[in-house]
Write a protein of this length. Structure first.
Length: 204
């Protein structure tokens, strides 16, 4: 997993509340466990019509937000089913941070497990960021170490984050990487067990 320290990038103002995981990545795109290629299905029903042509008016179809790395969303983002493909699709599209007043719990956890930073701010702070992004000021800074979001105007907003999750994001540690930090201790344990309880190794 890639470490997240600071992100300076375009911010796309989505602003819609209760966006569920089926809207983020519809079920027809869940036939793969490969993380690459999922960008095609991201917000598919918002982005494309029944003939597959891009829809006018959706923010991620707007050339002004091409290459956006930050998504500013509404309340309860990521609700619905617990599909890990949702953060995968966002990342494959190039989005590495989502800012919202609140997130669904499972989606929130899946983001951290995959290196996508979910930032929770007060509703009025999110509205201020949306206004700036809609007004043509698109480049924002998200600093995980300082736990701040800085708008183009210079306004700075502080966000809270679990210290353990913050450390893992800064170090780029997923569950496997976190376990491998203790590889030496694991090797010692297994060696002692093999010597002291050799019968446990018979079925290995």
């Amino acid at each position: 997993m890639k470490a997240f320290t600071r992100l300076d990038g375009l911010a796309a103002p989505l602003g819609l509340a209760n966006i569920d995981t089926d809207q983020i990545i519809p079920k027809q795109f869940l036939k793969t466990v490969d993380r690459e290629g999922l960008a095609r299905g991201l917000f598919y029903d918002f982005r494309f019509d029944e003939q597959g042509a891009p829809k006018d008016g959706f923010v991620l179809n707007d050339p002004a937000y091409k290459g956006a790395q930050i998504l500013i969303a509404g309340d309860n983002f990521g609700c619905g089913s617990s599909r890990e493909h949702a953060p995968w699709a966002l990342q494959d599209f190039g989005i590495n941070c989502v800012i919202a007043p609140s997130f669904a719990d499972i989606f929130h956890g899946n983001c951290f497990n995959n290196g996508l930073l979910p930032v929770v701010l007060k509703p009025e702070e999110v509205e201020a960021l949306l206004d700036e992004a809609r007004g043509g000021n698109h480049v924002f800074s998200v600093d995980l170490e300082q736990q701040t979001v800085t708008a183009p105007s210079g306004a700075v907003f502080h966000f809270d984050i679990d210290p353990g999750r913050k450390e893992k994001m800064l170090k780029g540690l997923d569950a496997i990487g976190e376990t491998l930090q203790h590889a030496g201790d694991i090797d010692v344990y297994e060696m002692k067990r093999a010597i002291g309880q050799p019968w446990l190794e018979l079925g290995a």
